[in-house]
Design a protein around this ligand. Sequence first.
Ligand code: APR
Length: 248
Amino acid sequence: MILVDDIEKACKLIKDSTYALALTGAGISTESGIPDFRSPGVGLWGKMDPMEALSTDVLLNNPEKFYREGFKILRGMENAQPNDAHRILAELEDKGYINGVITQNIDNLHHRAGSKKVYEVHGNTRTCHCMRCKSKYEFKELERQVDAGIKVPKCPKCGGMLRPDVVMFGDMMPQDFELALKEAQKSDLLIVIGSSLEVAPVCYIPDMVPHLIIINLMKTPYDKSADVVFHDKAGKVMKEIRDTMENT
Ligand code: APR
């Protein structure tokens, strides 16, 4: 049940903010058919060990296992479509209410929804690179080689091992994370959508921003310090916020 007062409070926070940002996690994409990681019973980490599936340790020491198992998580998102929550964030950016989206997601749905400033702090599934000569290729090159039965995709130029440009457990954080921190330092309002806020270092970003709106089905460690919390579906809450913003 979404309380009108909470929606009105969220709209006022957004309108009164000087530099608002969104921070999204896998929960914003479940309504697009992409499973998240920690929802009880359905999240991906309930079915496999993340350290076994998406870690640099497995990629480097057992690349055949990585491409046989963990790699599957990274595929198949190109058929997913942005949902209302992605689209409304893009609208809020167009109208100047938010200044960008920091996302932990690698599904490319914020770009496809039209968001312009997207900080992909866990990388992306558009590209991959050679670990020896650093040449860049489309992510499709990995899929093509794996589908052709190649157990560990190789660089067409130098024969080195290819890896996805996704940030995995054990990786350094990418440049987008540094940019996201700079943005958060300028921000006075963070709208968190669909994240358990359990994974460091991204889970420290809400500590950097004075005001918080949290839209998340489950409780998060920041609920107590947030200005307003919605334990409801992202699409539903974002539609209520958009409709109320338009009528006030
Ligand atoms: N609307 C709102 N919240 C939702 C919805 C929805 N439709 N569906 C799921 N959620 C909530 C869940 O209740 C959960 O708390 O989204 C949250 C998703 O949390 P996680 O599955 O932990 O995903 P995320 O926070 O993005 O994980 C962070 O962990 O394994 C790593 O690299 C991976 O980027 C990921 C990181």
